[in-house]
Design a protein around this ligand. Structure first.
Ligand SMILES: Cc1ncc(COP(=O)(O)O)c(C=O)c1O
Length: 369
């Protein structure tokens, strides 16, 4: 059985009549930037995430950068505390806004930013906390909200991997005024190109974000504030509106497949499962012994895998000035050597999960040959 790491084609086929109707309408109107598709998607996405407003932007990275800019976190002396175990874009957005990323370690059970370590490493210069809902699992938002209050800092959530996630039954937007999403094609809700959005309950923030994404303008050709050019485009909104109608169902299927993996891999020698409570299962990640050998073994049986992420941010050249060295964040450093992402997408057959788990058990049973 060949199992690619990811296959988006069935989801695109399943929703074809919906996105074709939106595209048809878009071509009729011939408005390709900030038109009725983006407006409709912003309404629909905000409602689906349990918030009042959404602002569509060009990428998840821009969504994070604009949250920081809107919050005034734009000076190199301002520090933003985040996780070293994430896509580099989280910290690149901090640099793009003009501030400095600082890293705290992750929790060994969840691999999410550890609020206690974040509190210990925060300083008077910490003006924002930027936890990432990694792999789809929400961070400890109560704890981060307390930390933000304690330090007089703003809480910005990187929900780029967590479409539809809630924390203890409540919407993410009820914990802070900035929740950033990416619609990179592989996400739980992905466009067929780049896209992103910020979700908020505050009307003033929504208004300023809408200006910031469009050159600081609010209609017309006068820039009122120093914005950037990063708008979600009409065509991506056509696809996103169609895919959004399936998000809940697709997240349910992801949860079923993740539970199946958990059951099939529990007690497997060489494998450690993560705590996935409340996750929307963007990625199914395990910790393993002899990862590269296991990857080669799975590949020899036609099974695709990936690593999210192989190098913690503080050890990447782009972040060498951010104050942390090898050995400073030991949990994240070790995790990066052990984590392995297995195939997980809504249309993955359950039989594939059984097959993959069987191959992993076989690998360790044979003494990882
Ligand atoms: C956790 C996280 N943050 C930020 C981003 C950046 O999103 P984008 O690729 O849409 O800029 C991504 C996706 O790559 C991500 O996974």
């Amino acid at each position: 059985m060949r199992v690619p790491f990811l296959d988006l084609a069935p989801a695109i086929r399943e929703t074809e009549p919906l996105w074709r109707a939106h595209l048809e309408r878009m071509f009729q109107r011939s408005q390709f930037i900030l038109g009725e598709q983006v407006e409709a998607f912003e309404r629909e996405f905000a409602e689906a995430m349990g918030a009042r407003y959404a602002v569509g932007v060009g990428t998840g990275t821009a969504a994070l950068e604009l949250c920081l800019r809107e919050a005034g976190v734009t000076d190199r002396r301002m520090e933003v505390l985040t996780t070293p175990l994430t896509a580099p874009f989280t910290a690149l957005a901090i640099l793009a806004a003009g501030a400095t990323p600082r890293f705290a370690d992750v929790d060994p059970q969840t691999l999410l930013l550890d609020p206690e370590d974040a509190g210990n490493r925060a300083t008077r210069r910490t003006v924002a906390f930027l936890p990432v809902h990694l792999y789809g699992r929400p961070c400890e938002l109560e704890a981060f909200r307390r930390l933000a209050r304690q330090f007089g800092a703003v809480l910005i959530q990187d929900a780029c991997q967590a479409h539809g996630a809630r924390y203890r039954g409540r919407s993410l937007a009820s914990f802070s005024p900035y929740v950033a999403y990416s619609f990179y094609p592989t996400k739980n809700l992905g466009a067929l190109g780049d896209g992103g959005a910020i979700v908020t309950n505050r009307a003033g923030i929504r208004r300023r974000l809408a200006m910031l994404r469009d050159g600081g303008r609010s209609g017309g050709h006068v820039s009122r504030i120093a914005g950037i050019n990063s708008r979600l485009d009409e065509m991506q909104a056509c696809y996103l509106r169609a895919f959004l109608t399936r998000l809940e169902e697709w997240n349910r299927r992801r949860a079923r497949l993740a539970a199946l993996y958990d059951e099939a891999l529990k007690d497997c020698p060489g494998v450690r499962l993560l705590d996935r409570a409340g996750s929307v299962h963007h990625l199914y990640v395990i910790r393993v012994r002899e990862r590269e050998k296991l990857r080669r073994y799975l590949a020899s049986h036609g099974i695709g895998t990936a690593v999210h992420y192989p190098v913690p941010l503080h050890l990447q050249p782009a972040f060498r000035d951010c104050g942390a060295r090898r050995g400073d964040l030991p949990v994240a450093e070790r995790a990066c050597r052990e984590i392995l992402s297995l195939p997980l997408y809504p249309h993955l057959p359950e039989s594939a999960v059984v097959e993959i788990a069987g191959r992993i058990r076989e690998f360790y049973r044979r003494g990882s040959c």
